[in-house]
Design a protein around this ligand. Structure first.
Ligand code: ATP
Ligand code: MG
Length: 481
């Protein structure tokens, strides 16, 4: 044992003593000891305790009936318990923590499924089926060794050295449950750890087995990678391991640089990941991060080479926003307003840049405000993140121009309130005034009013819009009833 490790274990002892003194833990411990059964705190909670990360959920593994112990502890604590008979688990919540109980299990796997055959087992057997050494640590709740750490795979050293390693032969661990491959990468990204070579090579060898895992589970891990501090770390590992092209081929197609007549385009994979890291510094909004990941997704599909202008990606924002649906569907992401938000940001991501390059006219700003609505601030954040030039002057110039656009956006919004645009003269008013039913004319007049407001021909108020309506109706030959 290294000196460093002794010191760590000493510090840990105090922390563990403290945890065991919390009222929830005291009651659980009492039940365990009265029932004379063996039980342990296990997995993520122990890992996070050592890493000094906050965790709200705690898993307890019981050598015996986990459900019974959960029920008895819940009764003592006066809380409701939820039992999941099929899984052999039970959980309850106290004001400070969510506790899940499970019987220790031994698992054996079949080739075609990640669902194991489960038998009752010992703590040791339960630790053997855990995914990584750092996730297999246990703290005893038993009288004879209360508070001691049971660490059969030297997970504490791996925590200290920031290493991800499987407890058993990695080929077996990953082949049994291929989701663990993405979990390895997720923990590397989340904790800023390194996957040891032997483990990483096994991911490369077993990548194809990811197909037996449900899309939902893959996507859950993908979202955790996206929400980590340095998402690019995770995506680089996914790419390098060969997993990315299997689970998210559109993204892996962004990789690479092509050169023609001495002209190169940038590597859109690297660029995208930098944009994602940039946005991660500013926002924890998962969907804004998805928009960053997808903003250039149609670049491979729209790439062209022109002798004069070099590489172009015309319309990639438009095609990209169309691709969002198929990607969300394929990854089992929700096909709801979150998807629409991502589509909108992908579609609009070039608009502020175009605006900043030209003269910033009121009318262009009004149109951008109208199209982006309440998502305008997120769109501007995405555009800031999208500037990844290595040339500091270029970056400074763009950021400065965006600042001008922002000032103008604020000015116009204060003046014209376009952000939550509601037509000042509604379809009902038009129909009532002219005694006509719903139809093409109503739409034409409504649209003309909207356009006139966005172009600054009239102000965004009832009187000016009403007057404008009258002129439009006259042009269409519609007379008042
Ligand atoms: P987090 O809660 O931050 O996602 P965690 O490590 O607690 O991280 P959970 O999914 O909550 O992850 O799982 C709890 C524990 O169960 C893990 O620490 C690990 O020991 C074990 N575990 C979870 N999923 C697997 C798996 N697919 N294969 C093996 N062990 C697993
Ligand atoms: Mg957990």
């Amino acid at each position: 044992m290294t000196d460093k490790k002794t010191i760590l274990e000493h510090v840990l002892k105090d922390e563990i003593t403290q945890i065991l003194s919390y009222s929830t833990m005291r009651q659980i411990k009492e039940v365990v000891q009265t029932e004379n059964i063996r039980a342990y705190i296990i997995g993520g909670y122990v890992r996070d305790l050592i890493l000094q990360r906050h965790s709200n959920d705690l898993d307890i593994v019981v050598e015996g009936n986990g459900i019974e112990i959960a029920q008895k502890a819940a009764r003592k604590l006066g809380v409701q318990v939820n039992v999941f008979k099929n899984f052999g688990t039970a959980m309850f919540k106290t004001p400070d923590i969510e506790v899940e109980f499970v019987g220790a299990r031994k698992e054996s796997y079949r080739k075609e499924s990640r669902k194991p055959i489960v038998e009752n087992g010992s703590l040791e057997e339960d630790q053997n089926r855990r995914d990584f050494t750092i996730n297999a640590l246990a703290i005893s709740l038993n009288k004879e060794n209360l508070g001691s750490i049971i660490d059969p795979f030297d997970g504490i050293s791996d925590l200290e050295q920031k290493l991800i390693r499987t407890p058993l032969n990695p080929d077996v661990t990953f082949s049994d449950d291929p989701l663990r491959m993405i979990r390895a990468i997720r923990f590397a990204a989340q904790l800023n750890f390194t996957i040891v070579d032997e483990t990483f090579e096994a991911i490369e060898r077993n990548a194809e087995r990811i197909f037996i895992v449900s899309k939902e589970r893959v996507c859950e891990e993908l979202n955790k990678i996206i929400l980590s501090e340095n998402p690019s770390t995770g995506f680089h590992l996914l790419e390098k391991s060969g997993l990315l092209k299997l689970i998210f081929p559109q993204l892996s197609l962004l990789k690479g640089v092509e050169s023609k007549n001495g002209k190169k385009h940038k590597d859109n994979f690297e660029h995208t990941l930098q944009v994602l890291d940039n946005i991660a510094l500013k926002s924890n909004n998962l969907w804004l991060r998805w928009a960053a990941l997808l903003h250039d997704i149609a670049k491979p599909a729209t790439k062209k080479f022109d002798e004069n202008t070099g590489w172009t990606f015309h319309g990639h924002e438009f095609i990209g926003s169309k691709m969002v649906f198929e990607i969300f569907k394929q990854l089992k992401l929700p096909l709801n307003e979150k998807m629409k938000y991502v589509q909108k940001l992908v579609l609009l991501h070039l608009r502020p840049i175009v605006l900043a390059q030209d003269e910033v006219t009121d009318s262009a700003v009004r149109r951008l405000l109208f199209d982006a609505g309440d998502d305008i601030d997120d769109l501007m954040m995405l555009c800031d993140a999208d500037i990844t030039s290595k040339n500091r002057n270029t970056v400074a110039k763009y950021l400065n121009n965006f600042q001008l656009v922002r000032t103008k956006l604020k000015e116009i919004e204060e003046k014209d309130a376009i952000r939550n645009f509601q037509p000042p003269v509604s379809g009902e008013i038009i129909m009532e005034t002219y005694g006509i039913g719903p139809g093409r004319e109503v739409g034409l007049i409504k649209n003309a009013i909207k356009e006139a407001i966005l172009d600054g021909i009239i102000k965004n108020n009832y009187d000016e819009a009403y007057e404008f309506m009258q002129k439009e109706a006259e042009k269409l030959g519609i007379v008042k009833k």
